[in-house]
Every structure is written in C-alpha cells, then in structure tokens.
Design a protein around this ligand. Structure first.
Ligand code: SAH
Length: 555
C-alpha cells in the first residue's frame, strides 16, 4: 500500500466519472487527475485510503498514443474540461464503454444483448465552442489587473481566459468591451473576501440558430453607473438583442440574483430546438449544447414512435423541451417538473408555439404521478390511468421507485429513458425489466465533449404476454449465484463512492443489509448511547448500497 507523499510510476488503464485517470500499483488503485488512458506517469500520492488513493501527476514518463495537446492553454489549471488531452475519438469510446459497462455490471444485462442493441455513440463534428452560455467571473489577476476568466483553485484570484475553448468566439469581444467600460468609468470588480466591489459576473447567451446575443452583468449593487455607455458599446456587436443587469447583493456562490433590469433591447433572446421556438431570459434554464440537445431529444422522439393519437407523459420535464417536441406528434402530452419557474417557462413556450395539447404539473414526480394514478382510479371506478408512452429525463440520482412503480402500473407500450448518469439508469432499467419491460435500444450521446459526462437514451417496450421467454439454465452459474459471496464494508463504501459519488457509513450499509435479509453484527444496528435516535439511511444512499450489494452478488 502507498502512503501520502510516496512517489510511484503508474500506467493509466481506465478513467473515472470525472475524467480522472485510474491506474494500479501492486493492486492498489490510484486516481490521477489530468492523466489519460495509455499514459505512463510519475505521480505523488496526495491522499491515501485503504483501498485507493489520489495522486498528483508529476511527470509524463511515456505519453499515451491517445494524448493530444489541449486546444486551451490553461486547460489543466481551469479544470472545467477534464479530458481535453484525450483524443476526441477516444473520449467517445470511453463514454460508450462506460454506458455499456454500467448496463452490464449494475443493470445485470447480458453482454451479448447490449452489444446487439447498443447504437454507436452520437459524437459532435465540432467538439469545441458548443456551449451557448458562459458565466465569467470578473476580478483581479496576479498582477492586480482587471480581467475575466476563472478562479485559480480555491483562491479568489482570477486566471485570465477570454477564449474558453468550449464557449462562443464572440465572448472575447464582449468581455473586452465590459472590461474597458469598467476601466474608463472606474468601476470596481466584486471581491468575494471583502464583499466589496460592484461587478461580479458577466453572463453571455447566444441563440445558435438565430445568432441572437444576450449579455447580463451581475452586480453587487442597485444600479450600474453609466450603464448606457456600456450598452452603447455592446450594441455595436452584430446580433446583440438583449443587454440587462442582474442584482445579487448576497454573500454567496450562487451566480445570479433574482432581479433583472433592462439596459437595452429586450429582456430575452429566441432560439430553436428542432422547430420549437424558445424565449430565453437571463434566469431561465436552457440546455447549454443546443446541437446535441437536438440529437438527443430527436432520438427520444424516434424511440417514442408516435403516430399522432398517443397519450404521453414527460416526467422531469424542465422547461418542456421534450414535451413540446413530442406534442407535435402526440394526442396529448403531460409534463411533470419540480421547479415552478421551469413550468411557467414550459407553459409560455407551449403558447408561443401554438401548442395546445400539452399540460403541465408542478411537483415532485414521486408525488404527482402516484397521486394522479390514485385520483384517476377514484374518479373512474374499475379503470386505471393509462399512458401509451412515458418519457423520463431525471436528474443524476435517477427515478424514485414509486415513480417507476406507477409508470409500470400505467402500462405504457414504450418507455423512453433519457439519463445523465448511466449508473442510476442501469439500476432503474433493472427494475423496469423485472416488471415486464424489455430493453430494446440504447444510444449514448455526447452532450459535453471534453468532460467526463455522457447522456444516454434508451427504449423499453412492454413484453407481450404471449412473448416466449427463453430460459437458459446453466447449473454451474446457479451454483455461483447461490454460493455465499461477501464484500467487506470498505469494499461496499468504495464501490458506492466510485459509482454514485456518495459517501455511506457502516451504519447505513448494515441497515440496508438487514433490510435485504443479510445477517449483520448486533453492534451495527444500535447506537452506543441509550435512547439516541439512530439516523436512517436516505433513499438515494439506500439505492446505491443496494446496487453495491447486487454488484457483489450478495442479494
Ligand atoms: N428535459 C428537461 C431537462 C430535464 S433535467 C429540459 O430539457 O428542460 C431534470 C429535471 O428534473 C430538472 O428540470 C429538475 O428540476 C427536475 N427534477 C428534479 N427532481 C425532481 C423530482 N423529484 N420531481 C420532478 N422533477 C424533478
């Protein structure tokens, strides 16, 4: 085992969720930021745990054949792009393999099945400058000059970078104009440590199909002195449509405040996903990679297989991007979303597109869907609520089991699952496939090139009762599964951390083991002190622990 400050030479053989390199030294796993698959690197151990450690890349001993020179000169310091040094083709291969691996390991699907149904990952032709939104902090660099860029590590110092490789080329021109307006008018930058200074951030958004541009200056104050000067200068940029400022006087990391005031033009810009039009204001949510959003949601639409009369649910619908896409080909679409503001946007977007067959509900999916189902049964005795197609696009933690259960009860012919985390996707697919659905298609889509993230869209179909289910029993295999298999608490913790990014305690693991009927030692279940309330494992962690127990074939 390695200790803190040890040096080691390691071959990088894998990549973690955040794009960090992973390699082994005598069976001990090291996570190495900035190292790419195929590199042989010299590292220094910064943090050593029992099963794994984190190490800093000191020197590349032998560069991977897949290593490329990052386009951005400050890629390593910035950390916004974790895998710019990996050839794009290899990034796609890595992401595709990640999805495949999770479906097999966590979802329990057969390799053969996945290889047969998985479509090639949808990558980008131009994997740079894909973001339609940028938020630059304004501050001072090392020399004390006013600039825009990103914070250096955990400090308040700004590393100047006006040309983010993922951002729009026009960003530089806008930032230069803001900075010279600030210099000329003696306007200060906000300083997080003292809470003094005026200009905090510059938000820039661009409509990729309309070429409309928006600039919003986030300030720690009530007004922007000589704001008309800035507006005059920015308005010269072709495509400029909206110049506003936003008031944020809180001592917080949250970038935007609540109030937006107009300086010039209008308060929003317009853009399209497919043929649906959206009005985007400084505070509204909008997918940041519109090109790939179109690909991802286009695929979801194709999988939904609509003919014009279907009843469709879009659960976790956000501003209704998928709902409105589907509404054009469906009978009726119901959207469910927890954020009220997003639903207001969804309704407004339906209206400006003349879409009348979409209805939206504000609330938690795990409340709205089961309540709707129960209410329907009450109002229509002897009947149950039915959907023809259900689309879900949940956050990273996936769907609550009550959502999955209600979905199954609504008996849709097809379920389309859009996911930003293939580990929780695999877990949920396992549930759905245990309840009469069959995994038919899988496609990964690269929405965030140069980062470790990958989106996936899958199609599930209801198995018809007359479908013949082939059962192939292998006695050897049966023996293995029934044999007692055990993982240590540490192994379970490591697995949960690696796959779900969650830290779980021994107490929680023992609670879930007990729930699953696995023997656990007495002392794990009770608090040392009498009458003390024992914390109960939250649902999200429970799901992750269950996935680990399944992974280690303990349940
Ligand atoms: N398809 C959407 C984006 C989905 S992202 C779009 O294009 O706009 C996931 C969404 O789920 C987010 O909008 C988030 O606010 C919402 N969400 C998170 N937890 C939820 C819950 N428990 N119930 C309903 N919606 C939830």
């Amino acid at each position: 085992m390695l200790k803190k400050n040890d040096m080691a030479v390691v071959t990088i053989s894998d990549m973690g969720v955040d794009g960090e390199g992973i390699g082994k030294v005598d069976g001990y796993t090291l996570f190495v930021k900035d190292a790419v698959i195929g590199d042989v690197v010299n590292v220094k151990v910064m943090k050593a745990k029992k099963q794994y450690g984190y190490a800093r890349l000191m020197e590349i001993v032998e560069a991977s054949p897949y290593r490329v020179k990052p386009v951005c000169p400050v890629a390593r310091q910035c950390g916004g792009c974790q895998i710019q040094s990996l050839a794009y083709e290899k990034q796609l291969e890595f992401k595709s393999n990640k999805v495949r691996g999770n479906l097999i390991r966590i979802g329990g699907f057969e390799e053969d099945q996945i290889d047969r149904i998985m479509e090639p990952i949808a990558g980008m032709k131009e994997p740079y400058h894909y973001r339609n939104k940028a938020q630059y902090p304004i501050g001072k660099d090392k020399e004390g000059n006013l600039t825009a860029g990103f914070y250096a590590g955990r400090t308040h110092q700004i590393i100047s970078n006006l040309d983010c490789a993922l951002g729009m080329p026009v960003n530089r021109q806008i930032l230069e104009k803001v900075l010279s307006y600030m210099e000329e008018n003696h306007i200060s930058a906000y300083d997080e440590t003292t809470g003094k200074g005026l200009v905090r951030h510059v938000l820039i958004r661009c409509g990729f199909t309309t070429d409309e541009i928006m600039v919003c200056i986030v300030i720690n104050g009530n007004n922007l002195p000589r704001g008309e000067k800035l507006a005059e200068s920015l308005a010269e940029i072709p495509g400029m449509k909206s110049i506003t400022y936003n008031i944020n006087q809180e001592n917080t990391n949250v970038i935007m405040g609540k109030e937006v005031r107009l300086l010039w033009g209008q308060e929003y810009i317009t853009d399209y996903i497919g043929n649906v039009k959206y009005q985007i204001s400084p505070l509204s949510f909008f997918q940041v990679n519109p090109v790939q959003t179109n690909v991802l949601y286009g695929q979801a639409l194709e999988y939904a297989g609509l003919t014009g009369n279907e009843t469709v649910w879009d659960v976790y619908c956000g501003i209704g991007t998928i709902s409105l896409f589907l509404a054009q080909k469906a009978g009726k679409v119901y959207g469910v979303e927890i954020v009220p503001q997003a639903i207001e946007d969804a309704k407004k977007n339906a209206q400006i597109n003349g879409i009348q067959n979409a209805e939206f509900f504000v609330g938690k999916a795990e409340d709205v869907l089961p309540d709707y189902y129960a209410q329907y049964a009450k109002e229509h005795p002897g009947e149950t609520a039915h959907a023809d197609v259900i689309v879900v696009d949940p956050p990273r933690k996936g769907c609550e089991e009550s959502v999955l259960e209600t979905m199954v009860n609504m008996g849709p012919e097809r379920i389309v699952y859009v996911s930003c985390d293939s580990a929780t996707l695999a877990r949920d697919l396992k549930y759905l496939c245990g309840k009469g659905y069959e995994l038919e298609k899988v496609r990964a889509v690269d929405m965030f090139p140069m980062t470790g993230h990958v989106e996936t869209v899958v199609l599930l179909s209801q198995q018809k009762p007359d479908d013949v289910i082939e059962v192939d029993l292998d006695l050897d295999e049966l023996d293995i599964t029934s044999a007692e298999s055990k993982a240590t608490y540490q192994e379970i913790k490591d697995y949960v951390l690696k796959e779900f990014g969650l830290k779980v305690s021994t107490l929680y693991i023992s609670q879930i083991k007990r729930k699953c009927g696995i023997e656990v030692g007495e002392h794990y279940n009770f608090s040392q002190k009498e009458n003390q309330r024992v914390p109960q494992c939250p649902k999200e962690k429970e799901d992750a622990i269950r996935a680990a127990l399944e992974h280690f074939a303990m349940i």
